[in-house]
Design a protein around this ligand. Sequence first.
Ligand SMILES: CC(C)(COP(=O)(O)OP(=O)(O)OC[C@H]1O[C@@H](n2cnc3c(N)ncnc32)[C@H](O)[C@@H]1OP(=O)(O)O)[C@@H](O)C(=O)NCCC(=O)NCCS
Length: 303
Amino acid sequence: MIDTKVVTPAQDAKAFLGMTFPTYTHLLSEADLDRVIAVPVAAFVDGVPAGLILGAMPKPGNPAPPTLFSVFVDPAFRNQGVGTRLMEDFHKEVAERGGDVIRVKYMTGKEATAYFERILQKTGWEEPTPRMAAIKADLLQIRAMDPPWLRERRISPRFKIIPWSAVTEEQKQNLRLSHEKDHWIAEDLVPWMHEAHYDPVSSCALLRDGELAAWVINHHMRDGTTRFTCSFAHPKLQRLGVVLWLYKEAVDRAEEKGRRFGTWTVPLHHPAMHAFAMRWMKPCSVYCRETYGSEKKLTVGEG
Ligand SMILES: CC(C)(COP(=O)(O)OP(=O)(O)OC[C@H]1O[C@@H](n2cnc3c(N)ncnc32)[C@H](O)[C@@H]1OP(=O)(O)O)[C@@H](O)C(=O)NCCC(=O)NCCS
């Protein structure tokens, strides 16, 4: 028999600690946190701990909506309706606490993704939409595809590609001033946000008439992967594809050092970057996961 109840953190949540992502286990030790109240609903089958759904309600003053973080069913009890029941009861809990909507973000590409999405579908969530792509690709394979952007090209003498380490403080300061005046850089791609511990091997910049006009700032990860962290070009140059000039430079430099893999995290609100990643990185990927998001509107008496 499937039974569910809200578990009280610290007292009876111990059996469920392994049933969520490590980032969220603290919600099982203390429910009343700074900005949220944890909502952990546990399932039992014939009295045995069988699953956990975990989310949180915002506290007054926190504009975030109620959020679902994870749902997990012990493998021994899967495909028997436990996950669905947990989701239905989570809706009820959130509705009873005054929530009228729940949001979720999740990563695809796992074995259970289809079952989780089936639960969303069955319990009235909106059709999930993609938010972000996370790709790890083999640079050698990309090179073997001989993509046009990795071929040699001649560029006008007005432009110069240099390593990011050679960009002067004056050029960076001029960029800040120019952005303060015209707000032309996407806020999440301003280079000064990403410069800490950048990879001096593959990070590079494009100067136009001596001024910073595009950049690719990367990080060298412990496992030897080059993470392409931030790339951007002045809007007037974007149609020339100048970021790709820098991608070529970065890939050439990474390969010279014998580095084979690159990772990209691409938000879908940068559609050109996403399309590029899907066209060239995905076919050579070690993994390609996308995060999706969905929303559930709750009605009074939700069940
Ligand atoms: C996703 C998960 C929570 C589903 O739990 P569950 O208790 O097996 O779910 P349910 O039994 O309610 O099944 C949900 C749907 O998926 C289907 N399903 C579940 N497991 C299945 C399997 N092994 N094979 C085929 N279909 C399966 C069910 O048939 C059901 O669809 P239906 O109603 O059309 O028949 C569980 O697989 C799990 O814990 N996975 C690991 C954690 C995870 O990935 N969580 C999701 C993201 S946080």
